[in-house]
Write a protein that binds this ligand. Structure first.
Ligand code: FAD
Length: 405
């Protein structure tokens, strides 16, 4: 440990995104003397769920961005640095400037890593000549520019086999593109193809029939178990690996929306806190009910960086944050583990199927629907689209990030 390890906080939170700020707000509300530090390198905080509607031309990207400093709860110290190493045996974290900071309790919420480099030939070409993605703030507006400029031809939409944040987002933008092309008379000149590395088009089987109907109605060709591995921008070719038999599929594109492969952040993967096997390998190992690390009980994690075996969404974090805060406070108050709260795997995906249409998928670890409203949520509805467009952002900024919802 470096000499700067004198610095000590009762609670350190790594990541000031959805999970980090939600938990910080709850802890600050509960503790008289919080003594909390958040380590977050970015000046900006993003409401990523709206990037889908930015890509669909509904909003400008700036509406999704706020200054991080305005969201960090009062009384919490902000280190505008990146964590480079986790040392749970010493109860400390190392920052990019070399300082080590010690803690009594650690909360990990650094999100998921986008592995653009795993797609050969893509570097330097995203956002140009028909290649776009909603998976980055700087890129999501280009998606709309790409759709607007598209004159018909082959439109591809990809999803990797790896876990991703918001499993529905790769197809939501496809449905919006289809709708935009229909409205402007270009759909008849267009072939739309969805290629996903996953074995099915959606995690919860309950919503697959409704989505399959949307795909059939829109005349979209679908391939499962097909992973985008290479782009050849000069020839406008996309190379896919068939994950069943290893064969290659080369398709021409005029536009392609890419969802990159994703993985746990490197510093998590390289740490003693990572899950070492199974589908959650590399993510922070936590108990799927209590969100506590089984080997280092003073460590908790939530959100995209955690090994929680549910779909990675902000909606899931809305249910994880109260559980984590409750259990961490129980530890601080030396309460019995029997008083711990338990997370049931709840997650939600508002599946936009067109302008003014949305299927609101909600489910838990069982993958069975766990719905909020007293009607069939697998039906496309205008009311649910309006919920996503107007109500959920308010719930996020005013409720979740303030520890109230
Ligand atoms: P993030 O919110 O990504 O925050 C992680 C933070 O950690 C970042 O601020 C980052 O700067 C910081 N960080 C990274 N590395 C380090 C480090 N080394 N040290 C310190 N800090 C670090 N969710 C929904 O619920 N509904 C939706 O409709 C929806 N749609 C989506 C559409 C798109 C296009 C995208 C991209 C996401 C969507 N999501 C949706 C997913 C949702 O945004 C994420 O699941 C959620 O933001 C994850 O929160 P998090 O706190 O785990 O990570």
């Amino acid at each position: 440990m470096s000499s700067a390890a004198k610095q000590h906080y009762r609670i350190i939170i790594v990541g000031g995104g959805t999970g980090g700020i939600s938990v910080a707000a709850r802890l600050v509300r509960a503790l008289k003397q919080p003594d909390i530090a958040i380590i977050e390198p970015s000046e900006a905080h993003y409401y990523q769920p709206l990037w889908t509607l930015v890509g669909g031309g509904v909003f400008k990207k700036e509406i999704t961005q706020r200054q991080e400093k305005k969201l960090i709860p009062h009384g919490v110290t902000w280190f505008q640095e990146r964590v480079t190493e986790l040392c749970p045996r010493e109860n400390s974290v190392t920052l990019s400037d070399g300082r080590a900071i010690a803690y009594d309790y650690l909360v990990l919420a650094p999100g998921i890593q986008l592995d653009w480099h795993k797609i050969k030939g893509l570097e330097g070409h995203l956002g140009e000549n028909g290649l776009c993605s909603n998976y980055a703030y700087e890129q999501c507006e280009r998606t709309w520019e790409t759709i607007r400029a598209f004159q018909g031809g082959d439109a591809l939409f990809t999803q990797p086999a790896s876990p991703i944040k918001c499993g529905g987002a790769p197809q939501k933008i496809m449905y919006l593109a289809d709708d935009a092309l229909r409205k402007s008379g270009r759909r008849e000149k267009t072939n739309i193809t969805f290629l996903t590395g996953t074995p099915t088009i959606f995690t919860s089987p309950a919503y697959i029939p409704a989505l399959s109907k949307v795909i059939a109605r829109k005349g979209i060709q679908t391939y499962v178990r097909h992973e985008l591995v290479e782009v050849r921008p000069q020839r406008k070719e996309a190379v896919f690996t068939n994950l069943e038999d290893g064969s290659e599929l080369i398709l021409h594109y005029d536009m392609m929306h890419i969802t990159p492969p994703m993985s746990a952040p490197d510093f998590i993967q390289q740490s003693p806190l990572a899950q070492t096997e199974g589908p959650q390998k590399g993510y922070v190992k936590v108990d799927k009910g209590t969100l506590q690390h089984p080997d280092f009980p003073n460590v908790f994690a939530l959100g995209d960086a955690s090994s929680l075996p549910t779909s990675k969404t902000g909606a899931a974090i809305r249910k994880q944050a109260p559980v984590l805060a409750h259990n961490l406070l129980a530890m601080i108050r030396r309460e019995d583990a029997g008083t711990f709260a338990v997370y049931d795997g709840y997650t939600s995906c508002p599946l936009v199927t067109g302008y003014g249409k949305l299927i609101l998928a909600e489910f838990d670890y069982s993958l069975k629907p766990k719905e909020t409203f007293p009607f069939d949520q697998s039906k496309e509805r205008l009311s649910m689209y309006l919920l996503k467009k107007y109500a959920l952002p308010v719930l996020y900024w005013q409720g979740m990030l303030k520890g109230r919802a």
